[in-house]
Design a protein around this ligand. Sequence first.
Ligand code: ATP
Ligand code: MG
Length: 441
Amino acid sequence: MHDDTSTLGSALRTIPRDQHAISRRQISQSALRVLYRLHEAGHAAYLVGGAVRDILVGLAPKDFDVATDATPEQVKALFRNCRLIGRRFRLAHVVFGREIIEVATFRANVDDGSGDREVHDDGRLLRDNVYGTIEDDAIRRDFTANALYYAIADFSVRDYVGGFEDVENRVLRLIGDPETRYREDPVRMLRAVRLAAKLDFSIAPDTAAPIPQLAGLLAEAAPARLFEECLKLFLSGHAVASFEGLERHGLLGALFPETAKALASNRSGALRTMVVAGLRSTDARIAAGDPVSPAFLFATLLWPAYCRTLMKLQSEGVQPIDAQRRAADRVTLHQLSTVALPRRFSLPMQEIWLLQARFPQRQRKRVTRMLSHPRFRAAFDFLVLRSAASDAHAADVAFWQEAQRDPDHAIALFPGEDDADGEAQAPRRKRRRRRAPAAAG
Ligand code: ATP
Ligand code: MG
């Protein structure tokens, strides 16, 4: 089955069933059905990629991918519930209710990971992909831990790249020459940080070394793909570890240039404290099964950039309300050139920022209006985050906590400031402190 033409000259190691921890009980029924059906039809059938890796380290896989020597057409012929997707490289999706098992034919070429791409030549669709052997399929993958194959034929694990040992040692290692692999696909740098955070693996020194120097290549990656990658980095329950990994490997500036600049120039470290507090609460919500919103996440990640831009505009004499609006727009626009944040998230993100300026206002009418604002709850949660990093917001938090229960009582307890419309939220500008009566908690 394998004609050995690998440039790496990798050797197959087969780990028999009694020497690894993968049991069929950890594999979904749907995936097993696909594997068995392919096998019974005489095809090679393996569970591959993240699922094998996750089971080996004791995590529950998100999804199950299958690799086979059957062509997509042969796969389709075996399953009624199968559709073929992709133009450049055909993949089979076998659908079981809400679960989709992706079945890919062994492929030989390098995968840039960007999924389906049309390649035109005189309007013609080019099929520049060629099918390959299982070994070709293994070495075009990114990390050794992602290139393990669980064979349904004998329940062994097939390892062409030393991945089994790397998983045992909890090391993330690129297959092949790291610099070459990052140049092929710069997003692999983010995947290294993300998977190390998720799996609690170290990154092999050779794999980590080129990252800071090559970080700039991410500017060429598709912004839509970087958005997807951001969601995986920060909304999978390992946001703090991912953020620290990005910082450690010099990638934060490649993803969020303005935020990186703002953090570097914020000597007190309060902005970073606030971001990390936000990511920690995101992780806690995911651990508790609570919903998380990309708008709130990006409001957190880009808050340092917003504050910095706002201060700059105000120092140039722009009036607060105007400065807030312009800072929000400017930060959003700049960010879009690296990460394509869809409008359905960027608009509520901006609202969360702009509402911050309204928290110090305590006239009855304004309080009522604020409480009924559709984004009030998110904005208030955001204020709570800010107060985790700076004691300047404690009184506002106390007031609005009470106001949600009883606005009149809150106003009586905390005599309002007759303030003009937009008190700006420049983070280092100290607002007048009010003392919260102890009773207000
Ligand atoms: P998770 O699903 O936990 O995010 P994963 O490793 O399963 O992690 P996927 O994006 O689902 O990640 O990719 C599935 C598999 O495809 C990977 O395990 C890897 O073998 C291969 N792969 C994904 N992205 C790349 C890439 N950029 N370059 C090479 N191989 C890749
Ligand atoms: Mg996966």
